[in-house]
Write a protein that binds this ligand. Structure first.
Ligand code: ISL
Length: 517
């Protein structure tokens, strides 16, 4: 019997390096997560997704994996993983682990052997090619997502290898059947251990066009319009869906409703949709909301489109790659207020919201001084891209102490300027609001149904009604509005909300939930 729990699950992303450090090395770990599970229970989420904890040289902080079936000693060991899984399950929390099948670390034994012995079968697990201009230039014009060419020369053989990300992350060749076989056993390893699901890193990228032809170089405006992600030679090849068909047969062969969510970083929802279905991935991240500006009409268009395309969508406002939404929405109290209003809107919709650690505290993007930055996108861009360190600074568990309850040592990244005011033990207003929202969502869940009706409303207002009678109204204006809807006021993200017999007053930059029966 399938419960399809993931359909409306609230999933909390844990960026392991920055969540909680149990051993004082300044880097978060599995034991740190285990001892903070009650924070997640109190918050009211259904599942946690833990970013990579595998042995890694950390060229991309763990998204460069040297062994897919073990734990990096900085994060713990397999026994610590098993304890975390068991204690999460005891608390009815599901656990999703991160898989990185597009590339390995350059320190993975397969790649080391591929370089040490070009005649080894390991060589064909990667994409090595002769260069152009007598070998002096890369085989084609592809660029890395992190900046610079997507090829690095292997000095021993004179050939070049492909890496869509850092040079320490060589891409696997998914045209090779051995790669498929290896990955089936990696999935089985974690399924056998009892994980509830997988988050699949750059799921759309596994296959590159077989001929590796040059990319049509896009004009800057065109690139911007495509979000620099429409790269038809580089990724989103038709064969990639077959990988997920195969993996779905595998996950379905296990008991207990295991799921897969793909990081399909294509902004075209119709293309993303192709990855999701009963015979492929259960979910894909829907990255359209984070790109939508603070405007009721624009938000409505984005939400409506996602609801039309996905059954149901996922909702992503922030993650470990994106500027924190409080800062995107203007920063400070204004940013927090807007962020909470959008979060309350997403939580009222069908589908599965993905929360990112620290957003429940209203954390802003941190200013990380250049000499403390660690992100490969910063280094590879020659300092033109600030990078992702600012959304990855450690969780402030405590307002006091240099380590803010995150570590007894020196944190790997400095804390943000808001680490004191927004610390967990200060119980900031935004944290109280998240708890209230999640508790109410959970209580209403049985009666919500799946349908959504959009209600006509003034500019600056977005309003919809769930089949079961929950009405959600978002006001993006800088002043309060009276909306001609009424019912029982269940919740408001700002003070000053009120209902009369004919209207609800929705304060500036806020959301209310009503029950209309
Ligand atoms: O954040 C980005 C660029 O700055 C995105 O393009 C991001 O790199 C892309 O979405 C892929 O992200 C995932 O794979 C990367 C890793 O660095 C990210 O942290 C991960 O989420 C390579 O494994």
């Amino acid at each position: 019997m399938s419960s399809e729990w993931w359909r409306d699950a609230v999933v909390y992303e844990i960026y392991i390096r920055s969540f909680a450090d149990s051993d004082g090395d300044g880097i978060g770990d599995l034991e740190g997560i285990r001892t903070h599970l009650d924070h997640l229970v109190g918050l009211g989420v259904d599942a946690l997704w833990v970013t990579p904890f595998y042995p890694s040289p950390m060229a991309d902080h763990g998204y460069d994996v040297a062994d897919y079936t073990n734990i990096d000693p900085r994060f713990g060991d397999l026994a610590a993983f098993d304890r975390l899984l068991a204690e999460a399950h005891d608390r009815a929390l599901r656990v999703i682990v991160d898989l990185v099948p597009n590339h390995t670390s350059s320190e993975h034994p397969w790649f080391r052997e591929a370089v040490a012995d070009p005649s080894s079968p390991m060589r064909a697990r990667y994409i090595f090619r002769d260069g152009r201009d007598g070998g002096a230039a890369p085989p084609n014009n592809w660029t890395s997502v992190f900046g610079g060419p997507a090829w690095t020369r292997d000095e021993a053989s004179g050939q070049w290898y492909l890496h869509l990300f850092d040079k320490g992350q060589p891409d696997l060749d998914w045209h090779n059947a051995e790669v498929h076989e290896e990955w089936r056993s990696i999935l089985r390893f974690w399924l056998d251990r009892g994980v509830d699901g997988f988050r699949i890193d750059v799921a759309h990228a596994l296959y590159k066009s077989a001929t590796l032809e040059d990319e049509k170089v896009l004009a800057t405006a065109e690139q911007a319009a495509a979000g620099n992600i429409g790269r038809p030679q580089v990724w989103d090849q038709p064969e990639v869906i077959d990988v997920f068909r195969d993996w779905r047969r595998l996950t379905d062969s296990y008991d207990g409703d295991r799921m897969m969510v793909g990081e399909v970083f294509l902004l075209d929802v119709d293309r993303v949709k192709r990855y999701v279905g009963d015979d492929r991935l259960h979910q894909a991240f829907n990255f359209t909301v984070f790109r939508t500006r603070w405007d009721a009409a624009a938000l409505r268009a984005t939400l409506e489109r996602a609801l039309d395309v996905f059954d149901p969508p996922t909702w992503v406002l922030s993650n470990h790659d994106l500027t924190r939404h409080v800062s995107r929405y203007g920063g400070g109290e204004l940013g927090r207020r807007r962020g909470l209003a959008v979060t309350a809107t997403l939580l009222a919709l069908p589908g599965s919201p993905y929360l990112y650690q620290g957003e429940e505290l209203g954390l802003e993007e941190s200013e990380v001084p250049p000499d403390r930055r660690t992100d490969p996108t910063w280094f590879r861009s020659g300092g033109t891209v600030v990078g992702r360190d600012g959304c990855r600074t450690p969780m402030p568990w405590s307002a006091s102490g240099a380590g803010h309850g995150f570590t007894t040592g020196e944190p790997w990244l400095p804390f943000g300027a808001d680490a004191t005011t927004q610390a967990v033990d200060n119980d900031p207003a935004v944290l109280q609001a998240y708890r209230a929202l999640l508790a109410l969502r959970r209580a209403l869940r049985p009666e919500l149904g799946t349908g959504v009706t959009w209600l006509e409303s003034a500019a600056d207002v977005l309003a919809f009604r769930r089949e079961g009678g929950l009405v959600c109204v978002l006001n993006t204006a800088a002043e309060a509005v009276d909306v001609p809807l009424t019912g029982e006021l269940l919740l408001a993200t700002a003070t000053g909300a009120a209902v009369s017999t004919s209207a609800v007053t929705v304060p500036a930059a806020s959301t209310v939930w009503l029950r209309d029966r």
